[in-house]
Ligand binder design. Structure first.
Ligand SMILES: Nc1ncnc2c1ncn2[C@@H]1O[C@H](COP(=O)(O)OP(=O)(O)OP(=O)(O)O)[C@@H](O)[C@H]1O
Ligand SMILES: [Mg+2]
Length: 203
């Protein structure tokens, strides 16, 4: 399976173009890194790939076909700020089970503690919340993960733990990953290939 962006062009306003003719391709057995300057448009591209922005030109395809978006979008975004994606009025158990019910094994793999389930989002740390975001994105229908600076808020040990768990799960389930990070050393360790944003954006 293959996720492709073909000649994506996008601007938020007429004043400034953000993306011009951006193309990339990720296979479902690959981890592709994306690195580039702050404010250059990486998160914008992530939102396009995962269906959150739709008013772009060009196309995003899976196996050369339009991505089906009827009940579940198979390209799932994990975002730098997990708290912004969660309803503050929901306890973590409801937040976790919103998309699907992860197995106990998967909860253990990501070090998600049962005692966290009865808390509100504002009662957990960024790293604890990020484990919930990741598990939510690993719905069995997910084919690709767009990981947009998902470990920026974590200490080095936790960062390794979370990436190891995510990569293990994705390899076992044939899920491809686009990993956006400013941490080139991290990308060199985890990725099959690294794209430089200024080389794929033709502004
Ligand atoms: N909703 C929006 N409306 C208008 N402009 C936006 C919006 N979101 C982002 N931008 C602008 O688009 C540009 C690209 O933003 P984006 O978040 O994609 O950058 P980035 O490469 O992810 O940066 P960083 O590495 O800091 O995360 C920035 O100049 C930003 O200010
Ligand atoms: Mg960003």
């Amino acid at each position: 399976m293959n996720l492709k962006a073909n000649n994506i062009t996008f601007s938020y306003s007429k004043k400034r173009q953000i993306l011009k003719d951006v193309s990339l391709s990720i296979n479902n057995n690959e981890i592709i890194g994306l690195i580039g300057d702050s404010g250059s448009g990486k998160s914008t591209l992530c939102k396009i790939l995962s269906g959150y922005i739709t008013n772009y030109t060009g196309e995003v395809t899976m196996d050369n076909k339009a991505i089906p978006d009827k009940d579940f979008y198979p390209v799932q975004l994990i975002y730098q700020h997990p708290e912004k994606t969660m309803n503050p009025k929901w306890k973590m158990e409801k937040v976790l089970n919103e998309s699907w019910t992860p197995t106990q094994e998967l909860k253990d793999t990501f070090g998600l503690k049962d005692t966290w389930l009865t808390r509100w989002p504002n009662e957990l740390s960024g790293g604890e919340l990020q484990r919930f975001s990741i598990l939510r994105a690993l719905n069995p229908k997910t084919k690709f993960i767009i990981a947009d600076e998902i470990s920026t808020m974590l200490d080095a040990v936790t960062q390794v733990q979370i990436w190891e768990a995510l990569i293990k799960h994705c390899k076992a389930n044939n899920i491809g990953i686009l990993a956006v990070s400013h941490d080139e050393e991290l990308l060199e360790v985890i990725c099959d290939d690294i794209l430089h944003f200024d080389e794929i954006n033709n502004l």
